[in-house]
Each structure stands twice: as structure tokens, then as C-alpha cells.
Design a protein around this ligand. Sequence first.
Ligand code: HEM
Length: 319
Amino acid sequence: MSTNQNIFPQAVTAHPGQNVIIIVYKIKEVEQAEERIKDFCDNFSAYMRSMLNRFPNSEFSSTIGFGAKAWERFFAHLGTPKELAEFIPITGDKYTAVSTDGDLIFHIRANKMGYCHEFASIIEMKLGDVVESIDETHGFRYMDGKSIIGFVDGTENPHVDLDPFAFAMIGDEDQDFKGGSYLFVQKYIHNMQGWNSISTEEQEKVIGRHKFNDVELTDEEKPANAHNKVTNIEDDNGNELKIIRANIPFANTSTREYGTYFISYARSFATTNKMLQNMFVGEPIGNTDRLLDFSTPITGTLFFAPSYDLLGEMAGGDD
Ligand code: HEM
């Protein structure tokens, strides 16, 4: 999609999707890595066009993002996005938002897993010998967009009356990286036994919404540590600060692994980070998010998802 400034951002505001593959790679310390990565940047839009042309009804999209170390290694000559750095872990009295490695991320979505797989296999074909997998997670849309803990997830995303791009895309504040986005991910594992042992009414107080119909609890009903209270933040002038969330559930019932892959795109990482501070440290300190009593992040990595225009420059600019 083109914006009014004629910058072509990646699909950072797309619907969370029916099926998702998220892959985080480390880029190996091998000589051919640089050429291969730049070549991939050069061809990324062509791979996307090919997929959309072959499968026009697939609702396919993929974003590519780069971690701070990878950016320094290959693209430092283009400058660095103002807020791109390795994620600093957030340690509160009870919970920690860990920081884990990641050079390259792909967030692939489509209405059938086969399309996601097709694109993942193209990535592997082109980059396989210069990357190593850190994590690959396959997620799915659950019922009416519920997280695996049974509550609809994504409701408060900017939509209908708010321009999602305004919250997801870097603007004039960082000219060289305009149209890019800060992609922050965390893989959470839920304590399902603990979660299922509390009543529906108590679960609703954890999330701040009704389970049955997704309606928000009133201010009087909502405890101070409800998830949607803790993550609802404003700037100094009282304007709501938002991010775009594209969380996806994953599960392996026979091994009893239940999780949420938290995926967020933001114009400024400071917004996401403030939400994390509120969740893990608390505001005031100690008012940690009740959701963390049942959810533990095992990863946490910040990436920068460049615009298509910048991807062209990253390739070396000769296309
Ligand atoms: C275990 C992982 C998580 C789960 C299962 C989860 C689930 C949910 C659910 C069910 C809602 C209510 C519906 C909605 O508005 O989307 C919600 C709201 C929200 N979540 Fe999360 N979430 C998780 C992690 C996070 C993290 C790490 C952040 C921020 C860094 C975050 C930010 C938000 C925001 C901003 C809202 C909307 C708050 C508002 O009403 O203004 N969530 N989440």
C-alpha cells in the first residue's frame, strides 16, 4: 500500500491472519552472508509479487525485519533507525521480560498454511546456507480471533476511526527510516492448568473484558492490574498511545504446550517498551500485570522492518 508520501511500507497493519509462520534466524558469520542478504533485500518485493500473483485469494503477506546486530553488520552505512538497539531485559520484582537473539525475522500470514509454507521454503532456498534457525513457530487463528486463553485478542487495535499507519509507521521524526516500523516479538508460554483453575469471572478481571462477547469491563469492574488497564497508556497531553498487535496462538495439546506469540508493530519502540514496563515492573511499581501470573515470555527481540523503498537501498541501490 502506498501512503500519501508515496512511501511503500511493508504489510505492518495487515489482519493477524488465519495461519502464521514466524521465523527468527541468526545470520552465520560466513563470507557469502552479506551478498546473500543484500540479494534477498533486492528481490524481496519480487518474491512478494510472485506469491500474490500466483495465489491472489491467499490473503498472503510477509514482513521481513532486521535485529540491531545484523543492521550494524550490513547496513550501518545507511545510518541506524533512532530506536533500533538490542532489547534491554525488563526485570521487575516478580517477572522478567527476557531479551533473546535474533538477526532476521519473517512474519508470514495467509489463509492457508500451505501458502505460508511455500514462502518459508523460498526463504530457506535462498538463505538456508547463511542462516541458522533460532525459533520457528506455527500459529493459527482460534475461533473468533481468541488467544489460546479464550479471550478475543486484538480488539483495541487502531481501526475504523483511527489510522493504523499513524501508529505503526515511522514518520518525519526519523526521515531516513520513514515508512519503517519497530517489530517487537515475545513468545509466551501459558500455565493453562493455573488459568483453568480460576473462575471465568476472575479471568475476566485479568484481561479486563468479558469472555463470552469481548465487551470491556466498566472502570469500576476493572482491577488496577487488569491487562487492558496496565497496557492502556497516554502521552503527556492525554492522547492514547497505541501499537498494532498481530498476536497469534500456538498449541501442542499432547505435550501440553500452550502459547501466545506476541507480535507488535510500532511507530516508536518507546510506546511498546512503556507497555512492557507497566506489565513487568508496574506503574506504580509493584502493580504488575495479572496476566503474567499465567504467562511467561521465553523470547524477546526487537527488529526494524524497513519500507520497500529502503529495502531497495539496502540491496545496494542498483535496481
Ligand atoms: C501473553 C501475551 C498476551 C496476551 C494473551 C494478550 C491478550 C490480550 C487481550 C485478550 C486483550 C484484550 C482485547 C484487545 O484489545 O486486544 C489485550 C489487550 C491489549 N494488549 Fe495484550 N496480550 C498479551 C501481551 C501483550 C503485551 C506484551 C503487550 C504490550 C507490550 C500488550 C498490549 C496490549 C494492548 C495495548 C491492549 C489494548 C489495551 C486497551 O484496551 O487499550 N499485550 N491483550
